[in-house]
Design a protein around this ligand. Structure first.
Ligand SMILES: Cc1cc2nc3c(=O)[nH]c(=O)nc-3n(C[C@H](O)[C@H](O)[C@H](O)COP(=O)(O)OP(=O)(O)OC[C@H]3O[C@@H](n4cnc5c(N)ncnc54)[C@H](O)[C@@H]3O)c2cc1C
Length: 491
């Protein structure tokens, strides 16, 4: 790629990046998207299922999952064209209105965001599961025993013509096969990723989406910014750069924050970015456990990874999401490898006792801070340990679930959970605010002190969303894109 050959460069093709790519291309701007990961074609999934492709991203090895092992945090994100939509469980949902009441800039609230959420909903068109597999029926019953209600979640899925196919018992494969099936939406449904919605339309509108382009540096240059990358072609890596008056950082919460910290503190290309960079990082209250030995006769089904949750928002500000039956028989692990041995001599009953996984998430407002070590690695620390109350409520919810089902809940030990929170919904770190005293970017994502440099991904979100955040990230990106191109897109 040669210099000055585009109007806008977008780094990353997840929810924020894809939305911006479509809207800028529709407005006639020459748009280049630089994405570090590969395209998840049928061949790429087949290689994954056969165990012939790397699962985890490493430098110069494009795996679809990125495991961030930070001091003080474990996080899982995606690395592929379409970002997190390749690995998410497809829940596309608006947050409760009251999340906008704290720490969001004035003027951004449930009402002013409605038209942007509507737009995302029209594009992604999520729908609830059209059948009732046994685990969904069980969730209804369990919710009633907890004096709450179960909700069928809106999912970005294409459902089979015959919904009964979602309830049939699948033929379980090996670990890689299961992973590839899970990523694609299960045995009977098919997940719609951004590659089928925003990104395909962006490419039709003229956006140039460049896979296997790993951005390593951003530098102010000639009235804009130069973006340096390493790209893979024919299994060889080459260096390149591209210049544009405007750049949008949409590399995901952790990678955007890391890139900005690197530019401010190591390469010193953005020395004016203030001390709020890295602050107000949230795990969105992510936690979870395995329900074992419950009095539930649950056969595995061919449905999607997630079907619904128990809504405890009004009571606990927590959602308890069922995340599928674990297709492994713990009884077959022997000796020390058997998790059952670690957790109090628990005995699993006959095979009909299922292992059911649950994820919790919610309004954990306890912020953390991301910093960059000398080696260039991110580290995380909780600002203050006042998250105890939230964690205690989460544990009470999980114990309550075990009690009403007559089972046991396997969770990470408290000491580990406190020191090493785990998240799949990282948010914040380069948050939007009214002034540089309180955030990194203005309310349209433009970085204070660097005109033309924008942030449009999870790192911009200034508070937990409680619900899975992709729809909010996309809606905020729609708002940023309107500002960039001077108005809403054509209907
Ligand atoms: C297992 C799992 C399940 C989930 N389920 C849900 C769900 O059901 N619903 C929901 O709302 N959310 C879910 N999430 C979270 C959701 O995936 C994220 O919140 C969302 O993808 C974040 O969007 P983003 O735009 O911030 O960045 P991402 O979607 O993470 O995209 C960032 C992109 O930037 C690329 N990139 C990073 N660094 C560079 C670089 N240096 N150069 C070029 N490209 C780069 C990455 O490869 C990636 O493709 C889930 C996450 C996980 C891990």
């Amino acid at each position: 790629m040669t210099a000055s050959d585009c109007d806008i460069i977008i780094i990353g093709s997840g929810f924020g990046g894809s939305v911006c790519a479509l809207r800028t291309a529709q407005a006639g701007l020459r748009t280049v998207v630089l994405e570090r990961g590969q395209r998840m074609t049928p061949e790429a999934y087949a290689a994954l299922a056969d165990g012939k492709a790397p699962v985890f991203h490493a430098e110069r090895e494009p795996g679809v999952l990125e495991l961030h092992r930070l001091s003080g945090l474990l996080a899982l994100t995606a690395s592929a064209v379409g970002g997190g939509s390749n690995i998410y469980t497809a829940v596309t949902i608006r947050p409760p209105c009251d999340i906008f009441e704290d720490h969001w800039p004035p003027g951004i609230n449930a009402e002013t965001m409605t038209s942007y959420y509507d737009r995302v909903e029209r594009m992604i068109a999520p729908t609830p599961i059209p059948a009732t597999p046994p685990r969904m029926a069980a969730l209804d019953a369990v919710a009633a025993r907890m004096n709450a209600s179960a909700v069928r979640l809106p999912l970005s899925m294409d459902w089979p013509d015959d919904p009964a196919a979602l309830c049939r018992r699948p033929e379980v494969g090996g670990v890689y096969q299961e992973l590839a099936t899970w990523l694609q939406g299960g045995y009977a449904a098919s997940k719609r990723t951004l590659a089928q919605t925003y990104l395909s339309q962006a490419e039709s509108a003229g956006a140039d989406v460049c896979a296997l382009h790993d951005v390593v540096a951003i530098t102010p240059a000639s009235g804009g910014y130069r973006v340096d990358y390493r790209m893979s072609r024919n299994d060889e890596w080459h260096d390149g750069s591209v210049l544009a008056p405007r750049v949008i950082l949409a590399a995901g919460t952790l990678n955007t924050t890391r890139l900005l910290l690197h530019c401010r503190d190591m390469s010193k290309t953005f020395p004016e970015i203030g001390p709020t960079l890295g602050q107000r990082f949230f795990t969105n209250g992510d936690f979870g456990g395995l329900l074992v030995g419950a009095n539930l006769d649950l056969p595995p089904d061919a449905g999607p990874p997630v079907t619904g949750w128990i809504d405890l928002w009004d009571r606990e500000r927590i959602y308890l999401m069922e995340t599928g039956l674990v297709p492994f028989d713990f009884g077959s692990f022997s000796g020390l490898l058997n998790p059952v041995r670690w957790f109090g001599g628990l005995r699993l009953g006959p095979a009909k006792r299922s292992t059911w996984s649950f994820g919790t998430m919610g309004d954990d407002t306890n912020p953390g801070t991301l910093t960059l070590g000398r080696s260039g690695r991110l580290a995380h620390r909780r600002d203050r340990i006042n998250g105890k109350a939230f964690h205690a409520r989460t544990m009470a919810v999980l114990r309550g679930l075990a009690t009403v089902t007559g089972g046991k809940m396997i969770v990470p030990p408290a000491a580990v959970a406190k020191r090493l929170p785990i998240t799949v919904h990282p948010l914040g770190g380069a948050v939007m605010a009214e002034s540089p005293d309180t955030g990194v970017a203005d309310t349209f994502g433009e970085v204070f002190g660097y005109p033309g440099l924008y942030v449009a991904d999870g790192s911009l979100i200034p508070a937990p969303t409680g619900v899975p955040p992709s729809m909010t990230i996309a809606a905020v990106a729609e708002r940023i894109a309107d500002h960039l191109v001077g108005g809403p897109p054509p209907e």
